[in-house]
Design a protein around this ligand. Structure first.
Ligand SMILES: [Zn+2]
Length: 857
């Protein structure tokens, strides 16, 4: 019995076990090749498909079951026998719930080769899945998104990752329109109807159905080449000026991966395309990667660093998938983490080498912390978890599959060594080219290559939920080291235990087995998570922390400083450390030369002041923040032409922190700068622009709101649009909050952005009650507007509520409005609210103690 069923024994997840398993296709059919001719009508939002599937029946059958959803069958024939000379029609029975169609034949079909000929029609939907419509002001586009289980909305087939086949695609499109797919175009002929032309693409390699893709419309591209592979980055024609940055990144990545994997990129071209309406960040379709516009398009000269970093990592992630996921694919979705964990780990590795000064290592340390934060909650799951139905499979695409799995892979690489790990990766891929693999295939290969127990370590992290908490008592050779599962003080005696490589800067790794043991730890002040690669939190002897604080920048790398603070924070949230420990450490980092470390410390201070402290305590803490940071900010000086990026970022972080703490001078400066920005004047300090707007928005009036809205509607830069749209959610006057809520459901907002805006408002203490009333009152509209399965996103946002009344309201509302596949999310949100309520009760007296003992702060 799995932990999930143990806890939810009466819920549908377990009771429905037999039923959901029936959603898998029956055995006995091996597809080899699909020939598809698709004729979309973008105007009418429909399409016609003609399909031939070559397959082998491994045993005689009268019925063949295929996946199909929201398709209408016109005719089905099977051709078999010598030269497939015999044709037999089939009757089709649809099972909408299972997303399957049974093709029944009058007589039994013999085992052996067979061809299915299917004619069908479908609708181009607006739900951002399957074959769907994406619209700009100029026109409509027809695009696809098949992962995980939506290829069946575009063509009937065997829509499971292990049922790989080759594909030949032809698209019949309007004269003047173009099309892009996985492989190069091989012919383009007028007809068959007037005003149409038929574009045929080369045969694909053997691959899973979810990796097929096509796009129809009008695209403009930048082109280049890397290792003789032609690469294009494409967008709607108006945005092609923003494609150069991603093109350079893609060229760099392809060369890197050709060498890293020791296997050349397997296709003869690579396209990366920005799609106006797109649900996720990007999708790694083999040779035809699709992106949300903000993840691919950025101005190579004037784009902000965060925007360029986003594009860098997303492009690196998706191209890594061409090997990890596309060339070698998990046998089933329970091992999705093999795809996503690997690509997440790899995106940092590649990006660090490409742009060594952009602080990707620090970002990875923050991602590790987020993953552990998520994984410490009651609703967590093991990295490898059972998933059978489409809804369950969709729920696998979470922080656990991406960030936790990526962190665990990074931990293992750091322990076994970069070269040994890489040899293991190469051998694993080479053994499964164009095929499928499981977790065991991966870690068994790594164990053989490195000679280390990678299988034991990985299995303990992949098959068990939760975060290890390592307690180190003492220093030197005989230190007592023990582990438990990290959770809030309320939950003890959890059974999980791990085999963990515990690594120390400069003195290497030791293996901590389940249970307590004596380990040889360093004698001087030490940090027990070298390079912040270990997936665990650490508690030290009480006297160690002051020693580390005394020499933070000397003793710890930036990622380790982030880790030290993150662990204190998590221990504070769990009720295992006083809030004063976080405050002492965060103030000790107030002059940190690394912007990522400094920003994180300032965010924690702001978080305590805004969310934990109340009333007079809040005022006193904010005064303390102003007193501590004011001189640091003043010492930074004003803007200068020769200011380094890091210096400017630190100055902006201090400016924003002081503004959040109510520094009157900073707030005046912020409203001046935002007024200058919106009236087209040159701002007195351009580097403070974003912070100034963010600080002014909460008190902003309708005039400022309208100006910002105009930026959102008029800009052609996806990144600026996204940033400005998010600032709209920070205006706090109830009338403007109401406008933003209406706006989020209006046609002016793309479906993909609607739940994000609502979630941001629900997460904001100043407006969450108003937003929650609105969401409850417009629930049907919220769901209709958002992409499918968005209920969970809204539910997750309610986890930032912090009162028993709100908790009750959330529990009641979702009991009355249940959404399939969200049980885990709801449980986590309710747990987060409970934790927050308890946190305030527990830490507020400790905060008062700290304030009393630091009168001079
Ligand atoms: Zn991915």
């Amino acid at each position: 019995m799995g932990w999930r069923c143990g806890l939810l024994a009466v819920a549908a997840v377990c009771a429905g076990g037999l039923q959901v398993h029936a959603q898998r296709l029956p055995e006995g059919v091996t597809p080899q090749h699909y020939a598809l001719t698709i004729t979309p009508d973008l105007e009418a939002a429909t399409f016609v498909g003609i399909e031939r599937i070559d397959l082998t029946l491994t045993r005689p059958a009268r019925t063949i079951t295929v996946n199909a959803a929201e398709l209408t069958f016109i005719s089905v024939h099977a051709q078999h026998g010598a030269f497939r000379a015999q044709s037999m029609p089939a009757t089709v029975t649809l099972d909408a719930a299972r997303e399957q169609a049974s093709l029944s034949f009058e007589r039994e079909l013999p085992a052996g080769p067979l061809t299915l000929e299917i004619a069908y029609t479908g609708k181009l939907n607006d739900k951002l899945r399957g074959f769907y419509l994406s619209k700009t002001r100029a026109r409509s586009y027809g695009v696809t998104q098949f992962e995980a289980t939506d290829a069946r909305r575009a063509f009937p087939g065997f829509d499971e990752p292990a049922l790989k086949a080759t594909f030949n695609l032809s698209l019949v499109v309007d004269t003047g329109d173009t099309a892009i797919s996985n492989t190069p175009l091989i012919s383009d002929m007028p007809g068959p109807a007037p005003e149409k032309h038929t574009i045929a693409f080369a045969t694909t390699p053997r691959m899973s159905t979810y990796l097929l893709a096509w796009l129809v419309g009008d695209f403009a591209c930048s082109s280049g080449k890397a290792d003789d592979v032609p690469i294009r980055v494409c967008s709607t024609p108006d945005k092609v000026g923003l494609t150069r940055f991603a093109l350079d990144a893609a060229k760099w990545d392809l060369r890197f991966y050709n060498r890293y994997f020791g296997i050349r990129y397997p296709l003869t071209k690579l396209d990366l395309i920005a799609v106006p309406d797109f649900d996720s960040g990007a999708m790694e379709n083999f040779g035809c990667i699709t992106f949300r516009e903000s993840e691919l398009l950025v101005d190579e000269k004037n784009g902000t660093l965060p925007a360029r970093k986003d594009v860098t990592t997303t492009v690196a992630h998706e191209i890594a998938h061409q090997w990890f996921g596309d060339l070698v694919t998990p046998t089933w979705w329970d091992n999705l983490w093999l795809n996503e964990g690997f690509a997440t780990w790899m995106e940092t590795k590649v990006s660090v080498q490409q742009h060594p000064t952009w602080r990707f290592e620090e970002d990875a340390a923050l991602d590790l912390d987020h993953a552990m934060e998520d994984d410490a909650s009651a609703g967590t799951r093991a990295i490898r978890s059972r998933a059978d139905t489409p809804v369950q499979i969709d729920s696998m695409f979470d922080e656990i599959a991406y960030d936790k799995a990526g962190a665990v892979i990074g931990m293992v690489e750091h322990w076994v060594g970069e070269q040994a790990f890489r040899r293991g990766v190469q051998r694993y891929l080479a053994a499964h080219l164009y095929g499928n693999a499981t977790a065991e295939d991966f870690w068994d290969t790594q164990s053989r290559v490195s000679g280390l127990p990678v299988d034991t370590v990985m299995r303990s992290f992949v098959d068990q939920p939760g975060v290890p908490l390592i307690e180190i008592d003492g220093t030197g050779p005989g230190a007592r080291v023990s582990q438990t599962r990290f959770a809030s003080a309320e939950h003890t005696d959890l059974p999980e235990a791990w085999t963990i490589p515990v690594c120390f800067p400069q003195s290497g790794c030791r293996i901590l087995m389940p249970g307590a043991m004596n380990l040889d730890v360093p004698t001087a002040a030490f940090y027990a998570n070298a390079a912040q690669k270990g997936y665990y939190r650490t508690v030290y002897s009480r006297d160690l922390l002051p020693k580390l604080i005394a020499d933070l920048q000397g003793a710890l790398a930036p990622a380790e400083r982030l880790g030290l603070l993150a662990d204190r924070w998590a221990l504070m949230l769990a009720g295992r450390a006083p809030v004063g420990e976080v405050l002492d450490l965060a103030f000790a980092l107030k002059s940190d030369p690394n912007p990522s470390v400094l920003e994180n410390a300032l965010d924690r201070l702001n978080d305590i002041a805004s969310n934990l402290a109340t009333g007079e305590d809040r005022d006193r803490l904010r005064a303390a923040i102003r007193r501590e940071l004011g001189p640091v900010y003043t010492a930074m000086g004003g803007p200068s032409r020769h200011e380094s990026y890091d210096h400017a970022e630190i100055r902006e972080a201090l400016f924003e922190a002081l503004g959040n703490a109510g520094d009157a001078g900073v707030l005046v400066q912020a409203s001046e700068i935002s007024a200058q920005l919106f009236t087209g004047q040159k701002p007195s300090d351009p580097n403070l622009g974003d912070a100034a707007v963010a600080l002014s928005a909460p008190h902003g009036d309708a005039v400022m709101y309208d100006r910002l809205l105009r930026v959102v509607e008029r800009t052609s830069e996806p990144d600026l649009r996204e940033t400005a749209q998010r600032v709209l959610t920070r205006f706090q006057s109830p009338a403007l909050v109401a406008r933003t809520l209406d706006y989020a459901l209006s046609p002016r907002v793309r479906s993909q952005d609607s739940p994000l805006l609502l979630a941001m408002m629900l997460a904001h203490p100043e407006m969450q009650d108003q937003a929650w009333d609105f969401v409850r009152g417009h629930w049907e509209e919220v769901l209709r507007k958002a992409p499918p399965d968005s209920a969970g996103r809204i539910m997750a946002a309610t986890g930032s509520f912090c009162s028993t009344a709100q908790r009750q309201s959330v529990a009641q509302f979702f009991a009355a409005h249940p959404a399939e596949g969200t049980e885990r999310t709801l449980r986590r949100s309710l747990q987060q609210i409970d934790d927050c309520v308890r946190l305030r009760q527990m830490q507020q007296p400790l905060l008062q103690q700290w304030l009393a003992s630091h009168p001079g702060v």
